[in-house]
Design a protein around this ligand. Structure first.
Ligand code: NAG
Ligand code: NAG
Ligand code: NAG
Ligand code: NAG
Length: 230
């Protein structure tokens, strides 16, 4: 990307936008914790987990009690919330424990838990299957109208299953129940990890470039409107 061609005023506006967007994201607690009324109960499954790890309770969430990443959700309890579907659980992608029981869920997409590497307890209404199927979990149990999916299995080296092939210079890693990802080894990146020893410029500047483009488009459209009106 040649930044020399982008007017400095645009870059400045983007910078100002970032200043507004970032701090507000960091201070507010994650939206998903407020999706459901009430706060996390100490005697619930997620509540006990939170208590044992001295987590911080915020709404229906257990947050990591650490200065390094204080907004990270480690536990989420959306049980008994009259939810019929889940649009987006991605805010809780780092969680170890999620409780969605006692909800009249009718639909949950297969990819709802894609990227949930740390998820090791998932509680669902009994009529719902564990994501990725039984083979993606160490233990699947049904009791008292709830299904407990416990201990996420890695897809990377399951015996008796089709082996997962990651390209050369990469290794396979967990990426949520039923999912895997291929991580490029040290010094390799890019498509199929074929680039070696190069700084990943596109990742770093990708989002900045995109917002500059959108802003430029917006300016162009508004300017054009002005020009058209009599
Ligand atoms: C956070 O952790 C510290 C010690 O690690 C503990 O003293 C403190 O009470 C914890 N805060 C909460 C809200 O649990
Ligand atoms: C579920 O919520 C309803 C009303 O919000 C409450 O009356 C009921 O006791 C709750 N059930 C459980 C098992 O917590
Ligand atoms: C569930 O969602 C899928 C795709 O998101 C859709 O094709 C399907 O019809 C839905 N099923 C029900 C029962 O809503
Ligand atoms: C998954 O495990 C549960 C509980 O053990 C069992 O009831 C269910 O039939 C299994 N499902 C499949 C597809 O094997």
């Amino acid at each position: 990307m040649k930044t020399g061609h982008v007017p400095l005023t645009h870059l400045f506006l983007v910078f100002i936008l970032y200043l507004f967007i970032y701090p507000s994201n960091q201070q507010n607690e994650p939206q998903i914790c407020k999706q459901c009324s009430g706060i996390l109960q100490k005697d619930s499954f997620v509540g006990q987990f939170c208590f044992s790890f001295t987590g911080r309770i915020a709404g229906r969430c257990c947050l990591q009690n650490e200065t390094r990443d204080p907004q990270r959700i480690t536990g989420l309890d959306l049980s008994n919330c009259s939810l019929t579907h889940f649009d987006n659980l991605q805010e809780a992608a780092g969680a170890s424990i999620i409780d969605l029981s006692l909800n009249p869920i009718i639909n949950m997409s297969d990819s709802a838990f894609e990227g949930f590497r740390n998820l090791s307890y998932l509680i669902l209404p009994a009529n719902m299957a564990c994501p990725g199927g039984n083979s993606s979990w160490d233990k699947v149990e049904i009791s008292e109208g709830q299904r407990l999916c416990e201990g996420q299995k890695s897809m990377c080296n399951q015996p008796g299953k089709m082996s997962v092939n990651c390209p050369e210079y990469s290794r396979c890693g967990p990426y949520g129940p039923g999912f895997f990802e291929c991580n490029c080894g040290d010094n390799y990146h890019g498509y199929k990890c074929l680039r070696e020893g190069e700084f990943p410029f596109f990742q770093v500047f990708g989002s900045l470039g995109a917002s500059t483009f959108v802003l430029s488009l917006l300016l162009w459209v508004t300017q054009r409107r002005k020009a058209k009106s009599p």
